[in-house]
Design a binder for this molecule. Structure first.
Ligand SMILES: Cc1cc2nc3c(=O)[nH]c(=O)nc-3n(C[C@H](O)[C@H](O)[C@H](O)COP(=O)(O)O)c2cc1C
Ligand code: SF4
Ligand code: SF4
Length: 446
């Protein structure tokens, strides 16, 4: 059986599944229950000067039959006194000495940082996470994402934390920034032992069409919130990858964002995360989801012959190139499995209106399976993505004898088009129907 022991910058936990700093880690009661269910670590709900929260606090994007595809909150850091939290951290560590308890912190002055770090270390915290990510409420007070968006300030505060800390310091980054590697590099330059990402994304999830106020509403008004849950995983994965690829970052990563299954967690780790943190999924489904995460990851690692997490961490990083290095001579074409096709025509409509008019409908009575017009198909994948039948449309490689040639090679060899009508442009001979063909069927039926 594969060994799931995780190591983030020297913080060892029995598995890579941590709860992120959020409502599920608001109290010792919850963290104790979570560890008992199988979570390997927990980042405590951010500690600082306790706040007063508003009511209501959450909104969601429900997509078709899925509840909470995206989640949004306007909650701030802990509203409980520091002394209560410290006592509970100490108690949790007594029961679970081998599990990781990380104290998430957010204060303002150097003195406050030094003091609170001393306090949480005395309570037994195994690490410290600096919350430079909260995108509402705290940033207006000069904390949270206000720091995460200013690499120089982030570096200075990281240095303050490192002056006081004897346990590893993790810097939690905000995604509300153009280039995530800038604050990540600043964290590394400030001496951080690791980074964690992402915190939530500034958002308005929806507007009530009767009251005209967005949700969640507080006495008829709202404010932008922080977006998370399954919807943000693609953004998180890209940011994790960018940090993992950047040599000037070069410190371990804790991956956060949209994780609700062992598959999501594994994707984060393949793209460079040493462990993962989960918030929305634990709020939606409860602590029990960790059992499927553990067994799923174990099974996957056994199937792939991975003995330890290091065998898979970062394995996908070299598989991500910048666009200019992708092979322009690689070509795929859609292929429909006639036996699986139910004749719904969704692929035809999508390719007709949204792609390259490379699917035709049979004119023969009773034949419902559409046909791919190979020479028009650009291999965009759209039809296979809209097809409701699993594996009914597959993208098949169309072999040619051309070798690898990227845009970058093209530029170097002087073949790249230089003006608007350049004959060397790839699209010169693409077939497209005549504009008036769009109205042909209407004319014929008149
Ligand atoms: C209601 C709520 C409260 C949160 N509070 C905090 C917090 O106090 N400190 C913090 O660093 N992140 C906080 N977060 C952000 C989460 O820790 C996490 O970064 C984010 O939700 C993305 O992960 P997810 O997609 O698994 O939810 C909060 C998230 C939610 C939904
Ligand atoms: S892959 Fe794209 S172009 Fe080819 S048939 Fe499908 S939708 Fe049309
Ligand atoms: S979308 Fe799939 S099932 Fe529907 S007609 Fe196309 S190939 Fe057949």
């Amino acid at each position: 059986m594969a060994d799931l022991t995780a190591n983030l910058a020297g913080i060892i936990s029995p598995n890579p599944f941590w709860l992120a700093s959020a409502p599920p880690t608001n109290s010792g009661y919850q963290v104790m229950k979570a560890f008992d269910a199988g979570w390997g670590g927990a980042v405590w709900k951010t500690l600082g000067v306790p706040v007063i929260n508003v009511s209501s606090r959450y909104g969601a994007v429900n997509y078709r039959d899925s509840r909470i595809m995206g989640f949004n909150n306007i909650e701030l850091i802990t509203d409980r006194p520091l002394t209560d939290n410290l006592k509970e951290i100490e108690e949790v560590k007594k029961y679970f000495p081998d599990h990781s308890v990380i104290a998430s912190l957010m204060v303002q002055t150097k003195e406050e940082w030094h003091q609170i770090i001393k306090d949480v270390e005395n309570a037994g915290a195994d690490g410290i996470e600096l919350n430079f990510g909260c995108p509402h409420g705290m940033c207006e007070r000069g904390m949270g994402s206000a720091v995460g968006q200013e690499p120089a300030v982030l570096q200075t505060i990281t240095e303050w934390a490192k002056e006081a800390a004897t346990v590893p310091v993790i810097v939690k980054l905000t995604p509300n920034i153009t280039d995530i590697t800038e604050p990540a590099r600043a964290a590394a330059a400030g001496g951080a032992d690791a980074i964690s990402l992402i915190n939530t994304i500034q958002s308005i999830v929806n507007v009530d069409l009767d009251t005209f106020a967005p949700n969640p509403q507080v006495d008829g008004k709202s404010t932008h919130g922080g977006y998370c849950g399954p919807a943000v995983k693609p953004i998180a994965l890209n940011m994790v990858k960018s940090c993992a690829q950047d040599e000037n970052v070069g410190i371990p990563i804790s991956g956060i964002g949209g994780i609700e299954s062992w598959r999501d967690a594994t994707e984060h780790m393949l793209l460079g995360a040493s462990n993962v943190q989960v918030c929305t999924a634990a709020m939606h489904y409860g602590f029990g989801i960790v059992r499927e995460m553990i067994s799923g990851l174990e099974q996957y690692m056994d199937d792939k012959g991975f003995n330890k997490l290091d065998d898979l961490i970062g394995k996908s990083v070299p598989k991500v190139e910048s666009w200019e290095h992708l092979n322009l001579n690689y070509k795929v074409i859609a292929e429909i499995d006639e036996k699986k096709c139910i004749g719904c025509q969704l692929c035809y409509i999508a390719c007709e209106d949204g792609a390259h008019q490379a699917i035709s409908l049979s004119k023969i009575e009773g034949v419902r399976v559409p046909q791919i017009i190979d020479e028009n198909c650009v291999g965009c994948n759209l039809c296979s993505l809209v097809c409701p039948v699993e594996d009914c449309i597959t993208m098949v490689e169309s072999k040619n004898n051309k070798g690898h040639e990227s845009w970058s090679d093209y530029m170097d060899s002087g073949k790249a088009p230089e003006n608007f009508d350049d004959d060397r442009a790839g699209g010169k001979n693409h077939w497209v129907p005549k504009p008036s063909d769009a109205l042909k069927d209407k004319k014929e039926s008149r």
